[in-house]
Design a protein around this ligand. Structure first.
Ligand code: TSJ
Length: 637
């Protein structure tokens, strides 16, 4: 009885799909998506093979070219793919690689096949999803050629000429029937990853070329120093705490460990880890081993040299401030775990990385005592800041009704106690604050006037931000707490509206506030609680007709309605110029106002953007605000 059931189950439900038809039937199963990510994935699937050939010591140069019509060409100067006839199948090895699923590895003695990693699905999947694909191999003094269309062999492997060099070249056109959304490649995406691959694989020259347009664009990447130069690149323009890059390049139990790190004088850290060239976003055992060694070695050195005062302690967290590090390991059998399968799970890696890096760090500190001291001094600053921040956080928490009185003078709270119906207006300046307080609907609108410029939180630590009165009243008003104690469920308002003048100063304050939320309370943005109010630029009046214009275009349109007459136009230089009724009508009345919700695309982009926001450059910051807050184009930030 049991057995019957199983037979039935097998026959009915398990459909064994064979060959490349399966790939075309369900492309998502093989490349994740047929959107832009999947399209670009085709390129990496091919390039990975050339990288393997380079890691095996045979290829020196890999060239990726986007040809007209979004055709991709990948060329390397390796040994050339094998073309001999397989005794069992009677087919050429080359043909097998392109027509049999997962056939790639069989011909490969190299144990660090990057293509065997995260998505490694093999060249046959690319072939199946290409309208056509052509391969040319130079080997044995000859040139061999084969062409496929939608995975189907068009001709036997043919000798197409002679050749004095060796190498492989694959040219393919992604099938628009499969990639319905788009078959257009982004040069930026390809260039970025090619550069990263060059950093991660020292000594390999990688070229990326865009020949789609009249003007051909080309970038060549070659880094003899590998990830040391990656760290240098990430630290470019920053002030360094430790001028020498600490570098570890070792191998244990067939696992290659390569790490480069350096401290700058900022308060954030950039730690990128890779396994077989795959970015392990979620970290894993290699990152754990890294942190273990770093904390251990720094603490040991500090203790051995009596650099810690009584009660001082350096933690895991303290050694990260200002740290830029690349951790790149190559593993013959990586286990990827986690939500997005980008977390390394192999448990043996932790101790191996910790040991390899530990040896290098101990030695580096011993040989460079001044650098060691500078790093430890930096960690101690972080440690003291951490302790001070905890104290300051405790102080900002609302403990008793008395605390409420402290800030009640500034905050004009609303009567309503239901956060989902309550709004907090953060208003620049006392005079605008006054108008807002008089003009508001006090049942559900609270007003918090801020004086002067809010501290630029990009450049300061939490503890200094917390010593700023404006910031403290803001945190108290919102009610969520901050940092580790942040609790979104305690938010006292589900709409927090930044209302500043429509001029450069106003925009600047707006940026500072957004940066503050971004850095210390990102969940508020993620939850969609943060808004920017859009006050009008002009009040135009013709006789009894009054109109507020939020842009120059709107003003022009209004003027056109009265070609005969010249309207009386008032340009608002600041919110303070509006009387309470006008402020209510134009900017606060839910029925008439325009609020722009601030949102971040996703947490990942947020992290990167934060780095950009942290930088000294003002322009990228402005662009970010423009793009993310979907500001009106009339605001000249
Ligand atoms: F597979 C593929 F089509 F995706 C592809 C493979 C695409 C490109 C552009 C290059 C390659 C590739 C494969 N480059 N180099 C190699 N090397 C081998 O396949 C190879 C050659 C010789 C030997 C040998 O033992 O003699 C072994 C291998 C794996």
């Amino acid at each position: 009885m049991e057995e019957k059931k199983y037979e039935h189950y097998d026959a009915q439900n398990i459909q064994i799909l064979e060959g490349l038809e399966a790939v075309r039937k369900r492309p998502g199963m093989y490349i994740g998506t047929t959107g832009p990510a999947g399209l670009h994935h085709l390129v990496w699937e091919i390039v990975d093979n050339s990288i393997d050939e380079a890691l095996a010591g045979f290829a020196k140069h890999i060239e990726v070219e986007i040809l007209k019509d979004n055709i991709i060409s990948v060329t390397d100067d390796g040994r050339g793919m094998p073309v001999d006839i397989h005794p069992k199948t009677g087919r050429s090895a080359l043909e097998t690689i392109f027509t049999v699923l997962h056939a790639g590895g069989k011909f490969d003695g190299n144990s660090y096949k990057v293509s065997g990693g995260l998505h490694g699905v093999g060249a046959s999947v690319v072939n199946a999803l290409s309208e056509w694909l052509e391969v040319t191999v130079s080997r044995n003094g000859k040139q061999y050629y084969q062409r496929y269309e939608r995975g189907k062999v068009m001709c036997d492997v043919t000798e197409s000429g002679v050749s004095e060099h060796t190498g492989s070249r694959v040219v393919f056109k992604a099938d628009p029937l499969m990639f319905v959304e788009t078959t257009t490649y982004s040069y930026e995406i390809l260039r970025d990853r090619i550069q990263q691959l060059a950093f991660l694989n020292k000594g390999i020259k990688l070229t990326i070329k865009d020949s789609r347009n009249e003007e051909v664009v080309e970038n060549v990447y070659y880094y003899e120093g590998g990830i040391r130069q990656y760290v240098e690149y990430l630290n470019n323009g920053k002030k360094l705490v430790s001028p020498k890059i600490i570098y570890c390049d070792d191998e244990k139990d067939n696992i290659q460990v390569e790490i480069a790190l350096q401290y700058n004088d900022t308060y954030s850290s950039l730690i990128y880890s890779f396994t077989n060239n795959i970015h392990t976003h979620e970290g894993g055992t290699h990152e754990e081993g890294f942190r273990l060694a770093l904390t251990r070695c720094i603490k040991n050195y500090a203790n051995a040299n009596n650099l810690l005062k009584k009660d001082e302690e350096i933690t895991n967290e303290d050694v990260r401030e200002g740290l830029v590090a690349i951790i790149s390991i190559k593993h013959p059998n990586p286990q990827f775990e986690g939500q997005t399968k980008t977390k390394l799970g192999n448990t043996e890696v932790r101790a191996i990385v910790s040991q390899c890096l530990g040896e290098v760090l101990d030695r580096h500190f011993l040989e460079n005592p001044n650098e060691a001291k500078a790093i430890i001094e930096k960690c101690l600053l972080a440690s003291r800041a951490r302790v001070a921040a905890r104290r300051a956080r405790e102080a900002t928490r609302r403990k008793s009704p008395l605390d409420n009185l402290l800030f009640a003078s500034k905050l004009a709270d609303c009567r309503c106690k239901d956060p989902s119906k309550s709004e907090l207006y953060i208003v620049e300046g006392d005079s605008a604050g006054g108008s807002a307080k008089s003009g508001r609907e006090s049942e559900y609108q609270a007003i918090l006037p801020l004086r002067g410029k809010v501290l630029n939180v990009q450049k300061v630590r939490l503890e200094r931000a917390l010593s700023n009165n404006e910031i403290v009243s803001l945190i108290q008003a919102i009610g969520t707490g901050i940092g580790e104690e942040f609790d979104i469920s305690k938010a006292r308002y589900h709409k927090i509206v930044i209302m500043t003048d429509a001029d450069v100063d106003g925009e600047h304050i707006c940026i500072l506030l957004l940066t503050f939320f971004f850095r210390f309370m990102p969940e508020l943005i993620e939850k969609g609680y943060i808004y920017v109010a859009k006050p009008p630029l002009y009040k135009a009046q013709v006789g009894k007709v009054v109109r507020y214009a939020y842009s120059d275009e709107e003003l022009e349109a209004f003027k056109k309605e009265f070609p005969e007459r010249k309207p009386d136009v008032q340009r608002y230089k600041g919110l303070g110029e509006m009387d309470p009724e006008q402020l209510w009508e134009t900017t606060m009345d839910p029925a008439l106002r325009t609020l722009v919700q601030v949102h971040l695309q996703d947490a990942m982009i947020a992290g990167q953007t934060f780095e950009m926001l942290m930088g000294e450059d003002v322009d990228p910051r402005k662009n970010f605000i423009q793009e993310n807050a979907h500001y009106a184009n009339n605001l000249d930030i």
